[in-house]
Design a protein around this ligand. Structure first.
Ligand code: NAD
Length: 264
């Protein structure tokens, strides 16, 4: 264990279970001495989150449905009451009705569009407002995104549009918070089999395609996303803000199918 995060405290939003990307980042940060608070979506998740939090020495576990401003206020009030200040924020939250994560993007109805934008994009801005107010000595904020924001990937549809808005919000937030020495970045992860990913149509095909065509000829591991998340939250990346950092075994540079890849 190292000490990269010793003396730093932060809020991790988006752990649903031990396969969550948020959990991989939490473990990497805790292993470097960081102190963690966790927010979770709903009552049903609490009994799953508490033991995970305890395993990294945290008892600061608060409910926060990000569609509810009062819940956001209350969660950050609880953190402020305990710590006074925070040093980092991890936002690993996304949602779209899975009925629209297949078929044509063009068929997305207004309510599904607004819900995906609210939970997957606006919630980062809403969390940044509240976390930023507690980052009195500067800090680092991180959100999770996907290549479907930049290019068309099958079935990602309305989530791709919401992630594009999220990536743009990373840049605007980085500009707004820069004078407070607060950095804001996005981590664009390759596909990983998580609860959220299971809502995406043909996800196993997407995993195989990435495995065969990524320069490293494999899929990214959760722990690798955790390690890169640690870098973006720690002082190692103190000169980096407004960046979308790909952690995808290089898949984002590829323009065509690898001619040596087997058929899927
Ligand atoms: P996950 O299901 O473990 O995490 C998604 C989280 O979003 C859950 O904890 C869920 O409770 C939370 N959430 C959804 N609606 C919410 C709400 N209204 N209020 C509060 N929380 C809410 O899946 P994951 O793959 O770890 O997803 C984390 C992030 O990583 C998401 O933004 C996702 O888009 C992104 N991402 C995932 C992949 C992948 O392949 N798994 C790739 C790139 C980016």
């Amino acid at each position: 264990a190292g000490a990269l995060m010793r003396g730093k405290r932060g809020v991790i939003m988006g752990v649903a279970n031990n396969r969550s990307i948020a959990w991989a980042i939490a473990q990497a940060v805790a292993a470097q001495g960081g102190e963690l608070a966790f927010t979770y979506q709903g009552e049903a998740l609490e009994k799953r989150i508490r033991p995970l939090a305890e395993s990294v020495g945290s008892d600061l576990v608060v409910p926060c449905d990000v569609t509810d401003d009062a819940a956001l206020d209350s969660a950050f009030r609880t953190v402020a009451a305990r710590w006074g200040e925070v040093d980092f924020l991890v936002h690993a939250i996304g949602f779209a009705d899975k009925q629209y994560l297949r078929g044509r993007y063009a068929d997305t109805p207004r309510d599904a569009f607004l819900q995906a934008m609210d939970i997957s994009c606006y919630s980062f801005t809403a969390a940044a407002q509240r976390a930023g107010a507690l980052m009195k000595r500067g800090g680092s904020m991180l959100t999770l995104t996907y290549l479907g924001a930049e290019r068309v990937t099958p079935h990602y549809n309305v989530m791709g549009v919401a992630k594009a808005a999220l990536e743009s919000s990373v840049r605007y937030l980085a500009a707004d918070f820069g004078s407070s020495a607060i950095r804001v970045n996005g981590l664009s992860a390759g596909p990983i089999k998580t609860l959220a990913a299971s809502g995406i149509g043909d996800f196993s095909y997407i995993l195989k395609w990435n495995q065969y065509n990524a320069p490293l000829e494999r899929n990214v591991a959760l722990e690798e996303v955790g390690a890169s998340g640690l870098y973006l939250l720690s002082d190692l990346s103190r000169g980096v803000t407004g960046e979308i950092h790909h952690v995808d075994c290089g898949y984002h540079i590829v323009g065509m199918k690898n001619p040596n890849a087997p058929d899927i």
